[in-house]
Design a protein around this ligand. Structure first.
Ligand code: ASP
Length: 312
């Protein structure tokens, strides 16, 4: 079995036009605490020799449970005033993947996605079918009230009844949310996971890039693990996460060059505002974005959580 001399973990809590004017010290601390908590939980798994898959699930679950991020508790409202969530997970050693789209009342959609990977013959299931599967698998469910967040509710009130839909986390036209994690474990394996409430006021059971393997999430031990956040439609058209892998595998680019190419060259012409976090098989971590901010963090080589929001 191959081994790595180190482990690595990076996370994001969404990217977008994050207005500095909307950020006050208390709010910034709340976001940073949420990110640090996720890094600590994921890091503990890796330090003890646990798998990258367990680590990304633990980190994303922590962010799903934190109401400040648009995933799980605190997910945005759709046009019907409900929370419809998408999530996916992929392991780099076997290329197995699982995903769910448009699920309601599931406390941790990332865990349901993992269950799809491990306990069903499918990769992606959706809506009421996914709920039925969750029920059958004994996945933790919550009532609507659990997902309610006043900030998100007011966000929705501003677009409710209109044709506008918005991504989370910004002041202007573009709002992004979503959480994600990528990890390398001490056994040399990579994994990625992404989870989101999608876009405020979304209709027609709209599905973004987050539950689509290759668009919002991808992992392959040969190259890297990737999780995306941003304007989902553009990330789908760019097949963004897979493109990072492809640039490394077929063109021999480094992780940093591959992420830079996708984030700054490929996505902008497609109106693809957002960011990407990725880790390669050597444990190098890249967190890059083409908008004003991305809630993000990684573990320093000594294991200390490092978090950031703006392009400092
Ligand atoms: N990419 C997500 C989506 O389009 C949203 C986000 O990252 O905030 O559903």
């Amino acid at each position: 079995m191959s081994t790595a001399s180190r482990f690595a973990l990076a996370i994001h809590g969404g990217a977008g036009t994050i207005a500095r004017s909307e950020m006050n010290p208390a709010r910034e601390k709340a976001y940073r605490d949420g990110l640090e908590d996720a890094l600590r939980r994921g890091g503990a798994v890796l330090r003890e020799g646990g798998s990258a898959l367990d680590a990304v699930e633990a980190a994303v679950r922590t962010l799903e449970d934190c109401p400040h991020f648009n995933a799980g508790r605190g997910a945005v409202f759709n046009a019907d005033g409900q929370h419809e969530m998408d999530a996916s997970v992929m392991r780099g050693d076997t290329l197995q993947a699982g995903a769910v789209a448009c699920v309601q009342n599931v406390r941790n959609p990332v865990t349901l996605a993992r269950r799809v990977m491990e306990k069903s013959p499918h990769v992606l299931i959706s809506g009421p079918g996914a709920f039925e599967f969750a029920h059958r698998e004994g996945i933790l469910l919550e009532d609507d009230q659990y997902f309610f967040d006043r900030f998100r509710y007011e966000q929705w009130q501003r677009t409710k009844g209109t044709d506008a839909y918005q991504l989370d986390h910004s002041d202007g036209e573009h709002r992004y949310g979503t959480v994600g994690a990528v990890a390398l474990d001490l056994h040399g394996h990579l994994a990625a996971a992404t989870s989101t409430g999608g876009m405020t006021n979304k209709r027609w059971m709209r599905i973004g890039d987050s539950p689509l393997i290759g668009a919002g999430t991808y992992a392959n031990d040969a190259t890297c693990a990737v999780s995306c956040t941003g304007h989902g439609e553009s990330f789908i058209r760019a097949v963004a996460a897979f493109d990072v892998h492809a640039l490394m595998a077929y063109k021999g680019l480094s992780l940093a060059e591959a992420v830079r190419t996708v984030v700054h060259d490929t996505l902008p012409p497609l109106e693809g505002d957002g960011g990407i976090i990725a880790v390669d098989r050597h444990g190098r971590v890249v967190l890059d974005f083409n908008c004003s901010g991305m809630y993000r963090g990684h573990l320093a080589p000594d294991g200390t959580p490092v978090t950031a929001i703006f392009r400092d």
